[in-house]
Design a protein around this ligand. Structure first.
Ligand code: DO4
Ligand code: MG
Length: 303
């Protein structure tokens, strides 16, 4: 079961938002059934009914299955559905990032930085690396361009599992995230991290939300491809089995003296780092894939 946000072509307004419930390859109108047009509203509605989101969605799924689907998910994901497209699955209240949660990320930072010890310590210490990524307005959805800064020549995608937090900071759903990073700026000086991480179109989320209990969060395969002029110029894979931190621990550190609004997203760190001679170029296409969640596709643009 997945939840998607749909942009439905509308003669009067251009596009109208709709929530879809994905069951197998069929997408049903969740907005009509749940009375919510976005994920934040869906969370609030579940809270008002005092029912866990997962359980409510199961009940809705039982009712909706016999009805008429609005689209095929495979067509939506590939951008081929008529009059409909996938949108950002939720407008995040805030986006935070965790770093150095995989050995691969630690090794890459140690090699690139003039202060390697700094990264090794954050990988090993009890306190994890957590950083602010976005207030929501720099985050794009499926099919929308991610950005390369005009002052960076070495920007890379960071494919990460993204946790969506509810009212009490519990993980209600997961999706895929891209913590787009200017590695040259990050490597030059650790104090430049906010500039390496936060800029126009620095984050992508999607294609779908999967309720947290529907998947084994510690056994998710993830792949990333960079496609240039129809050719794959980089492909890498990882699994959340290789994660060095527990998700609950990362969240517990994030909310220490830091209450967060429902709908906050935590990117949980990357286990895929392209080799040093690979950098994103405008016109590239980045694909991030996890069989349990879907494929997040974003073209690359200069910002
Ligand atoms: O400071 C480094 C950031 C590392 C990061 O974003 C990651 O490991 O995903
Ligand atoms: Mg990252």
């Amino acid at each position: 079961m997945k939840i998607v946000s749909l942009k439905v072509a509308d003669a009067r307004t251009g596009a109208r938002p709709m929530l879809g419930l994905v069951l197998g390859d069929l997408v049903f109108d969740l907005s009509a059934q749940a009375g919510a047009s976005d994920f934040a509203e869906l969370l609030r509605e579940a809270g008002a009914r005092h029912v866990p989101l997962q359980q409510w969605l199961r009940e809705i799924a039982d009712e909706i299955q016999g009805g008429q689907p609005v689209a095929r998910y495979s067509l939506l994901e590939s951008g081929a559905a008529e009059g409909m497209a996938l949108g950002l699955p939720l407008v995040p209240a805030e986006v935070w990032g965790a770093g150095l949660t995989y050995e691969r990320s630690r090794n890459a930072r140690v090699e690139e930085s003039v202060l390697p010890d700094l990264y090794d310590r954050a990988y090993r210490d009890e306190r994890p690396e957590l950083f602010f990524k976005d207030s929501g307005r720099r985050t794009v959805g499926p099919g929308e361009p991610i950005g390369v800064r005009s002052d960076s020549t070495w920007t890379v995608p960071e494919p990460e599992l993204a946790l969506v937090l509810g009212e009490g900071a519990e993980v209600v759903a997961v999706t895929l995230g891209d913590d787009v990073t200017a590695r040259d700026i990050e490597a030059q000086n650790a104090l430049y991290l906010p500039q390496a991480k936060i800029f126009d179109r620095c984050c992508a989320l999607g294609p779908a939300l999967v309720p947290a209990r529907e998947v084994d969060l510690y056994d998710l395969e993830m792949r990333c491809r960079i496609i240039r002029e129809g050719r794959v110029v980089f492909e890498g894979a990882t699994s959340t089995r290789l994660l060095r931190r527990r998700f609950e621990y990362l969240v517990s550190c994030l909310v220490r003296s830091n209450p967060l609004p429902a709908g906050t997203v935590l990117l949980t760190g990357t286990g895929i780092v392209p080799p040093d001679d690979v950098a994103l170029r405008p016109g590239d296409m980045v694909e991030i894939e996890a069989p349990a969640i879907g494929v997040l596709r974003n073209p690359v643009a200069q910002v």
